[in-house]
Structures are given as C-alpha cells and as structure tokens.
Design a protein around this ligand. Structure first.
Ligand code: MG
Length: 154
C-alpha cells in the first residue's frame, strides 16, 4: 500500500489571486482579468504532486450578499481555467474552514490557521497587525511569496 500523502489546504483570495473590488452593476466578477500571483501556478503544480491538495475558499462575502451565487460560479470558473491540473473534486467552497482537518494550511487570515501541523500565513495588507509573538505561539510561519512556500513545502 502506498503511504498516504499529507493533506494540504490552500486558500484562494489573497493567496492565489488578489480579487478586485466588486462594484454592483459595473464589475460583478472580482476575478475577471486578474492574474494569479507570481510563482503560484508552478509551485502549486509541484505541491499537487507531493500532497493531497485542496483549494479551500470562502464564497460568502458579507458585503456582497446579493452576489453569493455569482461569486461561487466566478471562483469555480477562475480556478478551473487558471489551474488546469486541479480537478473540481479538489475545490472546497465553505464558510467554516476550521471545521475541517488538514495537515498543512496556507491562508492569509490567521483565524483560519487554528489547526494543522504546518501553518503558513501568506503576507497581505490585512494581516500586518498579527503580532510575531502571537504567530510564534501558534506555530504560524509568515511567508511573503510563493518562492518561500516552495522552499518550505516542496
Ligand atoms: Mg484569503
């Protein structure tokens, strides 16, 4: 029997891609024309071979309740088109990331890194207030780009 691969949960927003601001009536798709973050695709392809990888993303944006269905569809279509090596069964759309168990997590929100053996906080303007000592206590490692993720996980 093959040894089981470790499970890896990768967040979408502000980890794979920085979504645009939704403006109802003008711009309803936060991902239209937005490129993946630098290095993300290559590293993710390697991680996909080494780990049991899932993209775990919150589709329910509180400020845009009217667009939940569209947002889910836009996220799905973006991920499938941008990451051809990822299958639909690797996509998890949820609002409860901490209710699931993964060995390794990558997220830009420290609140989504409660569990896991390896926890990587992807640097973003929103998480600058996370104190280094608190991160250390929670065994969270801050990473600033996909090259650093490559070094740690591949
Ligand atoms: Mg995020």
């Amino acid at each position: 029997m093959k040894p089981q691969k470790q499970t890896l949960a990768v967040d979408m927003d502000n980890v794979l891609v920085r979504p645009k601001e939704i403006e109802p009536g003008k711009n309803d798709n936060a991902y239209a024309g937005v490129a993946l973050l630098s290095g993300c695709k290559d590293v993710l392809a390697k991680l996909n071979r080494k780990y049991d990888l899932y993209i775990v993303t919150n589709f329910l944006w509180k400020d845009h309740q009217d667009f939940i269905g569209d947002n889910l569809k836009n996220k799905y279509e973006y991920l499938i088109s941008q990451l051809p090596f990822i299958t639909p069964s690797q996509l998890i759309f949820t609002c409860h990331k901490n209710n699931m168990e993964f060995d390794i997590r990558i997220d830009d929100n420290p609140d989504n890194l409660e569990q896991g053996k390896i926890k990587l906080l992807f640097d973003s303007p929103k998480n600058q207030s996370a104190h280094p000592e608190d991160l250390l206590r929670s065994r969270i490692i801050r990473v600033s780009n996909w090259r650093e993720i490559d070094k740690i996980l591949v």
